[in-house]
Write a protein that binds this ligand. Structure first.
Ligand code: NAD
Length: 428
């Protein structure tokens, strides 16, 4: 995570505000403020040169009242237990708001995966599973890829789990490669899901998508398909994307006079989301510092990189024309930025609604694994669109009915569903 923001304190602060509004029983609040289970462990890995390196691993299971825990595993050099706790908490709300029968979890390893060889990454992935296999599974906790992890890694992890349990169990991890139990449409799911919610917000606000311009932070999985979706599904223009340059250890914004071409940028971005500067410059892209993305003239802002980047300092720099903030990343807006966005009357699509497309498609993947029958990409994306559209309108209805901000409305919908499940199970 970036700067001094503690993501978990932020998640608790957001929850406390809504718990107060909902007049939630203090005991239920206390149960939901903290994860149910946390695992921290050390993973020794034999490196290619024969040396041994020990990595810190995490898995946090926030709440499983509505079904098995669900959430990604991140490989990031600045991973912390508090970041994982926050992300696990948000997963509980995300699954509930999307109305899929799953709880919230998240995992991680403190590592820059770009510094490892393929064989070292495989040993690290298998090491994570060797620590966690007793506490994950299709009926317990189903991890998935996230920042710094890939479908191939899920394939290795699923294989390790199947070996340790002696049973082929594709449903233990989602986001697996195609042909290895993966679902068509998973690569596009989160970015396209962002765009389905933006499309619905535009309809509600009476904004013409074809005259719309987006500024996007990041150019990893979410930002790539959000860019493509914004241009191809909505007919809008994308002014810029940004990325962390793993060679220079700094971030850059890439814009183009005609709007960026995501298909071209996809040919010059590596698997970690770093764009090749030389090739971008040769193609006429303007390259500026990483914080410039937020200042671009646009009416839709899509932070889709990392948490806390829309904060008190940066939010005031956003274009006066911004009408929609679509939170593609998890926790991109700090409470101060959130307050500013609210005061300005900008329509915010909160992270756990906006980026729920990934987990919804993961849910479809486990359904397909269970049936051992696989849908076409078109079927997956149609089902995804229907789920995201319904989730968006569920939150919008709550927001208009209770006259509350979209984030509060999303929390109200989600918390209500989780509390009901806890009550049904006799936990509350
Ligand atoms: P990714 O690893 O594919 O890409 C991350 C992008 O962010 C890269 O372009 C990277 O260069 C950029 N980045 C990293 N650090 C940065 C920094 N300090 N400044 C500027 N740019 C930076 O990750 P992703 O899968 O696209 O995920 C992006 C966000 O969306 C994360 O918050 C993730 O938790 C969230 N998310 C992802 C999914 C999914 O299905 N991939 C689902 C839900 C939420």
């Amino acid at each position: 995570m970036s700067g001094q923001i503690n993501a978990f304190e932020m998640a608790q602060e957001q929850f406390d505000g809504v718990a107060k509004k909902l007049n939630l029983d203090p005991q239920i609040s206390e149960a939901l403020r903290w994860p149910m289970r946390e695992f921290t462990f050390r993973i020794p890995v034999r490196m290619d040169d024969g040396s041994l390196r020990v990595f810190q691993g995490y898995r946090v299971q926030h709440n499983d009242a509505r079904g098995p825990n669900k959430g990604g595993i991140r490989f990031h050099p600045s991973e912390t237990l508090d970041t994982v706790r926050a992300l696990a908490t948000w997963m509980t709300w995300k699954c509930a708001v999307a109305d899929i029968p799953l709880g919230g979890g998240k995992g991680g390893i403190i590592v820059d995966p770009a510094t490892l060889s393929t064989a070292e990454k495989e040993r690290l992935c298998r090491g994570w599973v060797q620590n966690m296999w007793r506490n994950i599974g299709p009926r317990q906790d189903v991890p998935a890829p996230d920042v710094g992890t890939t479908p191939q890694m899920m394939g290795w992890m699923m294989d390790e789990y199947s070996k340790l349990t002696g049973q082929f169990t594709p449903g233990v991890f989602t986001g697996k490669p195609l042909g290895g139990g993966g679902s068509l449409g998973r690569t596009e799911a989160t970015g396209y899901g962002v765009i389905y919610t933006v499309r619905e917000a535009m309809k509600y606000l009476g904004i013409d998508p074809k005259k719309s311009v987006a500024a996007i932070e990041g150019f990893g999985n979410v930002a790539q398909y959000a860019s493509i979706g914004f241009i191809e599904m909505l007919g809008g223009k994308v002014a810029c994307v940004s990325c962390w340059d793993r060679h220079d250890k700094t971030s850059y914004t890439y814009s183009h006079a005609n709007g960026i071409d995501p298909h071209f940028l996809l040919t010059i971005v590596d698997q970690y989301g770093t764009i090749d500067k030389v090739k971008a410059e040769a193609a006429g892209y303007i390259i500026e510092s990483g914080d410039k993305w937020i200042e671009k003239d646009c009416n839709v802002l899509i932070p889709a990189a990392i948490e806390g980047h829309v904060n008190a300092e940066t939010v005031v720099k956003m274009s006066k024309n911004v009408k929609i903030v679509a939170e593609g990343a998890n926790g991109p807006c700090t409470p101060e930025a959130d307050e500013y966005i609210k005061q300005k009357g900008i329509f915010d699509i909160p992270d756990f609604l906006c980026n729920a497309g990934g987990v919804t498609c993961s849910y479809f993947e486990s359904v397909q694994n269970d049936m051992n029958f696989y849908w076409s990409k078109q079927e997956v994306l149609e089902k995804l669109d229907a789920k995201m559209t319904s989730a968006f309108h569920g939150v919008l209805n709550m927001s208009t009915k209770e006259n509350v901000y979209m984030r509060d409305a999303a929390y109200m919908v989600a918390i209500d569903r989780v509390v009901k499940a806890m009550q049904l199970r006799g936990w509350a």
